[in-house]
Design a protein around this ligand. Structure first.
Ligand code: G3H
Ligand code: 13P
Ligand code: ZN
Length: 328
């Protein structure tokens, strides 16, 4: 069942975060649905209530143009039929104004992100307001962004990058957005931190205090880039440099301070890369795409379950279903 992100946030706020996972292809789609229902090996496995979670499917502009955006839509609509127990939102990740309008008009996306964070505050508010007006008229919710995430190799502790609480309050008031992506020390991609680094939970606390009560915040660049997966990639012929990501044990403390959505893309790519590299290394005679594809779907499902346990969303699906029924 497709719902909006904010419907999921109602159940999550202050207790756990909903995983927002980027997908590009069929194997990721199947692995994602299985993982969120606590199924690992096949679509027909029974739902595991203690491991099942609601989730957000994120579609980037790159994913939409990888082949054709219509393939993603029909694949996800089919997954909705194959996995009728699933409760999820379909969300445009890092949209431009033009792509947001296309998604709003499509009747498929339940949520869009307008990313005008590179613009000055006034312009960011103005653009976001236009998207909000069009989206709300169709029952679609809007995520906006304020502040700059650190770039690859950048020293993200530089406080200029972090979201300013006063500006955040003004931004939310004037733009009318439904959730806000805040910069609290993370960055996109595999190479986030040279050494160990932690989230700016102090800044998050200030943001939570100044924003309207219960207002959902979003954390981008939240992959943990596990060393175990990087090692598996390198041991199977990969060439990844030393790196680290967000400590998974910080997801829950962030959730308790109002982060309702945690964006994860890179970690899924690492699982994909390790599984395919190992598969070809261990079975060099194979040229059938299905054996590594099957291994990946299972490994990705297991990884999603693990992530949801760290986010606190695992085991919450039936609670979400009950709260949706009560509220509708
Ligand atoms: O934040 C960006 C996401 O990881 C999407 O990446 O544009 O390569 O699909 P992509
Ligand atoms: P990662 O690169 O940490 O997976 O972040 C993904 C993201 O923020 C998508 O919007
Ligand atoms: Zn992002």
């Amino acid at each position: 069942m497709i719902v909006t992100t904010n419907e999921l946030f109602k159940n999550a706020y202050g207790r756990y975060a909903v995983g927002a996972y980027n997908i590009n292809n069929l194997e990721q789609c199947v692995g994602l649905f299985r993982g969120n229902l606590g199924k690992s090996k096949t679509n027909e496995d029974p739902v595991n209530a203690s491991g099942s979670a609601s989730f957000i499917i994120q579609i980037s502009r790159g994913a939409r143009s990888y082949s054709d955006k219509r393939f993603l839509e029909s694949m996800i609509r089919t997954a909705d039929q194959v996995f009728p127990e699933a409760i999820f939102a379909v969300h445009l990740d890092h949209g431009t104004e033009e792509v947001c309008y296309d998604c709003i008009a499509s009747g498929f996306y339940s949520s869009v992100m307008i990313d005008a964070s590179h613009e000055p505050l006034d312009k960011n508010i103005e653009i976001t307001r236009r998207i909000v007006d069009r989206a709300h008229a169709k029952g679609i919710v809007v995520e906006a962004e304020l502040g700059q995430l650190g770039g690859v190799e950048e020293d993200v502790t530089g406080s200029v990058c972090l979201t300013e609480p006063d500006q955040a309050a003004e931004f939310v008031r004037h733009s009318g957005c439904d959730s806000l992506a805040v910069a609290i020390g993370t960055s996109h991609g595999a190479y986030k931190f040279a050494g160990s680094q932690s989230l700016h939970l102090d800044r998050l606390k200030e943001l939570q205090a100044i924003l309207p009560k219960g207002f959902p915040m979003v954390m981008h660049g939240s992959s943990s880039v596990p060393k175990a997966w990087v090692d598996r990639i390198n041991n199977a012929g990969g060439k990844m440099r030393d790196t680290s990501g967000v400590n998974e044990d910080q997801y829950l403390p962030a959730a308790k301070l109002g982060v309702c959505k945690v964006n994860i893309d890179t970690d899924g790519r690492l699982v994909w890369c390790a599984v395919y590299r190992e598969s070809f290394r261990d079975d060099p005679a194979n040229f059938d795409l299905r054996p590594p594809g099957k291994q990946f779907m299972q490994a990705y499902a297991d990884y999603i379950l693990h992530k949801n346990q760290k986010l606190g969303s695992a085991g919450q699906l039936e609670g979400v279903r009950a709260s949706l029924a009560a509220y509708k």
